[in-house]
Design a protein around this ligand. Structure first.
Ligand code: KG4
Ligand code: ZN
Length: 355
C-alpha cells in the first residue's frame, strides 16, 4: 500500500511517499520511498517570525510541485497512491487548510481515501525511520517550536501525557532568547552554534520547575532572565546593542542559555523514565537536533542503561515523511482506516493524548 503524506502546518511544505505493509506485517516499519521539502524560513526572516497568511499562500505554490518531485523520485505514478494523508493539526489554521484541501481534492480525484494525521504523532514516530528504530513501549520527549511534552507511549495511538510546558515551548525558549541576542528567525540552531564556543557556566540562569516534583516545564521566565542578563552586559560594556559585545561574552550567554534549557529537559526526561520504569527514550521535534541535548541525554541514559533513539537529523524539523509514516503506521496497526469522506476539517489545537 502506498501512502502519500502532506505536511503544511507551519512554515515548511513537505510531501513524502511511504510503502506500508499489510496488517500481517504489523511489526515492520513502513519504507520511505521519497520525500521533498520546501522551507519558507527565508521568506519569514524579514518579519522575525512566521506570518500565517504568507505561509498559507506559499504552501499553495509549493505543494503540487513537491508532490510531482516525490513521485518522480520514487518512480511511481499518482494513480498508484492508495491513501492520501495530511496534517490535520495542530498548527496554523490557514496553513493546515491548504494541505487538507489539496489532500482531499487529490483523494476525490483519484477515488482514493484520505487520512488526517496529528502533527505531533508524526514527530513522535519519526525515529522509526532512523537506522536505529525504537520498540514500544517508551517515554517520548517531544521538543518542538510549539510543544514540550513527555509522553508514555505503549503503541501506535496509545499516548499518555506525563508532563508538558505550562507556557513557552523549548524551541520557543531557544528562538526568543536568540532574538534578544539579535539572531535571525528561527534562532534556535544559530544560538546552538554560538553556544559551541561559549562557557555554559559563565552566567547563572534559572532552571524553571526543576524541583517542582512533577514533569511539567516552564520556559517563559528564562527569556526574561536572558533579557535582564543581556541588558546588564550591554550596560557594563558601554555598547548600545548585544551584537556589539565582545564575541566571547555573546557566546558565553548563548552557552549559558542552552545549558539551562538542556539541563531541565534532560533531568525531567530522566524523572519520567524513573517514574514509568521504562528503559527506552525517544526524542523528537526540532530541538531534538540540538547537539548538546543529544550529548547530555546520551550520557544520562548511558549511566542508567537506557536506550535512547533520535530521528535522523534532517527529519527532526517538520517534514512530509513523518506524516506519511504516521498515517502508514496507524493503518498498519489497524488503529484507523482511511476515509472516503472528503469533507475535511482541521484542528489548530488538538491534544495528542486525545487520539
Ligand atoms: O518541530 P519543529 O520543526 O516545529 C514545530 O513543530 O514547532 O521545530 C522547530 C524548532 C524551532 O524552535 C527551532 O529553533 C528549533 O526547533 N531547533 C533547534 C535546533 N534545530 C531546530 N533548537 C535548538 N538547537 C537546534 N539545533
Ligand atoms: Zn513540528
Amino acid at each position: 500500500m502506498l501512502v502519500l503524506g502532506i505536511e503544511s502546518s507551519c512554515d515548511e511544505t513537505g510531501v513524502a511517499l511511504v510503502q506500508c505493509h499489510s496488517a500481517e506485517h504489523k511489526g515492520e516499519v513502513p519504507e520511505l520511498l521519497a520525500h521533498a521539502l520546501f522551507s519558507q524560513i527565508e521568506m519569514h526572516k524579514a518579519f522575525g517570525g512566521v506570518v500565517p497568511e504568507l505561509a498559507s499562500r506559499d504552501h499553495i505554490r509549493r505543494v503540487l510541485p513537491l508532490a510531482q518531485e516525490v513521485l518522480k523520485g520514487s518512480g511511481r505514478s499518482l494513480s498508484e497512491v492508495d491513501v492520501v494523508a495530511y496534517t490535520r493539526g495542530p498548527g496554523l489554521a490557514g496553513a493546515l487548510l491548504v494541505g487538507a484541501g489539496v489532500a482531499c481534492a487529490l483523494g476525490a480525484a483519484l477515488g482514493k481515501p484520505v487520512l488526517g494525521v496529528h502533527h505531533l504523532e508524526g514527530h513522535l514516530l519519526s525515529p522509526f525511520l532512523s537506522a536505529d528504530p525504537p520498540e514500544f513501549p517508551f517515554v517520548a520527549l517531544l521538543v518542538s517550536g510549539g510543544h514540550t511534552q513527555l509522553m508514555r507511549v505503549d503503541g501506535v495511538g496509545s499516548y499518555v501525557l506525563l508532563g508538558e510546558s505550562i507556557d513557552d515551548a523549548a524551541g520557543e525558549a531557544f528562538d526568543k532568547s536568540a532574538k534578544l541576542m539579535g539572531l535571525d528567525y528561527p534562532g534556535g540552531p544559530l544560538l546552538a552554534r554560538m553556544a559551541e564556543s561559549g562557557n555554559p557556566k559563565a552566567y547563572t540562569l534559572p532552571r524553571p520547575l526543576l524541583h517542582s516534583g512533577n514533569l511539567d516545564f516552564s520556559f517563559a521566565g528564562l527569556k526574561t532572565a536572558v533579557l535582564v542578563q543581556s541588558q546588564k552586559m550591554v550596560a557594563a560594556a558601554g555598547v548600545s546593542i548585544f551584537k556589539d559585545l565582545p564575541q566571547d561574552e555573546q557566546h558565553d550567554l548563548a552557552a549559558s542559555t542552552q545549558a539551562a534549557i538542556v539541563e531541565v529537559l534532560v533531568k525531567k526526561a530522566m524523572m519520567a523514565l524513573k517514574q514509568t520504569g521504562l528503559k527506552r527514550l525517544v526524542v523528537a521535534g526540532g530541538v531534538g537536533a540540538n547537539r548538546q541535548l543529544r550529548a547530555q541525554l546520551n550520557e544520562a541514559c548511558g549511566v542508567r542503561k537506557i536506550r535512547v533513539h533520535y530521528p535522523e537529523l534532517h527529519l527532526c524539523t517538520d517534514n512530509g515523511a513523518m506524516i506519511a509514516l504516521a498515517a502508514a503506521m496507524r493503518l498498519q496497526s489497524g488503529k484507523q482506516q482511511a476515509s472516503a469522506n472528503y469533507a475535511f476539517d482541521v484542528k489548530p489545537r488538538w491534544p495528542l493524548d486525545s487520539l
